[in-house]
Design a protein around this ligand. Sequence first.
Ligand code: AMP
Ligand code: MG
Length: 508
Amino acid sequence: MSTLPSLIGFCVRIGTEDIPLAAHLAVAGPRLPLQARAAGTVLSGTGVSPQGNGAEGRGGLAVDDGVAVVLAGELYHRDALAAAAATSACTDAELLLACYQCYGPAVFRILNGRFAALVLAAGQVVLATDHASSVPLYVRTTDRTVEVSTEAKALARPPDNAVVDGHGDLAGTVPVAGSPGLHRVRAGTVALLERSATARIPVARAVRTWTPPVSRIMMEPDRAVAAVADRLDIAVRTRLAGEAPTLVLSGGIDSSALAALVSAVQTPARTVSMGTEVADEFEAARAVASHLGTEHTELTVPARDLLRELPFAVAAAEIHDPDVLEYLLPLVALYRRLPGPSRRILTGYGADIPLGGMHRTVASLAELDEIIADDMSTFDGLNEFSPVLSGVAGHWSSHPYWDRDVLDLLVALEPGLKRRDGLDKWVLRAAMADRLPMQTWQRRKLGIHEGSGLNSIWSQALREAGVPPDTVASAKRTMARQLYASVVLSGTPADQVDVDMLLMREVG
Ligand code: AMP
Ligand code: MG
């Protein structure tokens, strides 16, 4: 039986009438009607379930005693939650419902998971993200309805004749530019919406459920190393959910560490690496795969095809920052080439953020810690962890380094444990030194945009189209914005966008 989440995305409308909502979502998989009556109102819409999921998505909705819950994604430490709420709930949505009835909105301070949730309870619509807003959540409130979706494009246009709150101050959210009244719920936040007697449009109140630690822990190096190994091991085991995942492996320390941890539980582990004719990290990944005895695959994507993935990457991430797109696109290209049915995928993405791995040249520990603090306070909205990145191909991905418990520890370790003995990410490297070949645990960082050659492929394509070298960076920004306008704001399907045409347009 598959243990994938019941829902990997949804789009619902909450109102007094049952108005069908056309669900324009990039996430792929069987579409299921979501319908419930709770707290004197109606919830209706569409959920998307992974292909081949035994529960067929029914588990994403739970209703009991006037309270309805819609949950996209999954919860971790389920046994402890079930014990605390004294429930024998079987699905994660039922578990959340039972815990909500016990703790109220404060339950979201307790949860470690990868989810976006909606709770409809007495007089309130409750919207919640996980600590990292790893499943993005969007909302629009009007005089008649509240619309909620895990993808902005599904709500790109307001409903006809509705009065939209255009002022942009919905507590706990940030406005989405280019889409009237649309807001994104912040990371680690609950937005509680209530209708009042005086305002036509529901008013929100925000509750923070997580913030990145700003204090630092002084720890004996040996203890820090053991603590990192231990928490990461738990995060990996939780995410295996009893089945063999597919690990996207570059051969860098982050993904290789996960390969070692997965291999300790699941033999043989499945690993896959991607490259292009311009660049690859195949040799580094192969060294890890053969050391651990994983079932390893290599995938070569032609450079031109890689660039044609841009509309899919933008449709999945719903962002237009070209730098972030360069990190995410190679993964989208890889996920779209993995055969079905839906798989559980693990990635080493994000380890560099709390460990400062991209900043090995900064002069001082003070500077390193400043960068880490800054990166941790600016990740929200980049959508780097969005499940839609793999969801466009029907797969479910997760990121053990951004497990809440792992992240809390990694961020908080004092910077001298992150840079030590001339090594960046020292504490992680030391934790894995006895499980990986020396060349692996000491290997220097190579970003996926470099390892796949994407940054140079994109630049080269623009230069070949006639863009002068000194305007290549701004041409990338323009292209990304145009793609965003097209596949997110206008709702054009990604497969109908011609990347070659866009490249040519950059010359004019
Ligand atoms: P990086 O930008 O190198 O930190 O990459 C982030 C994560 O993406 C890694 O930890 C891997 O899980 C995955 N990854 C990066 N490059 C590749 C690649 N060439 N093939 C497969 N997975 C990769
Ligand atoms: Mg890398």
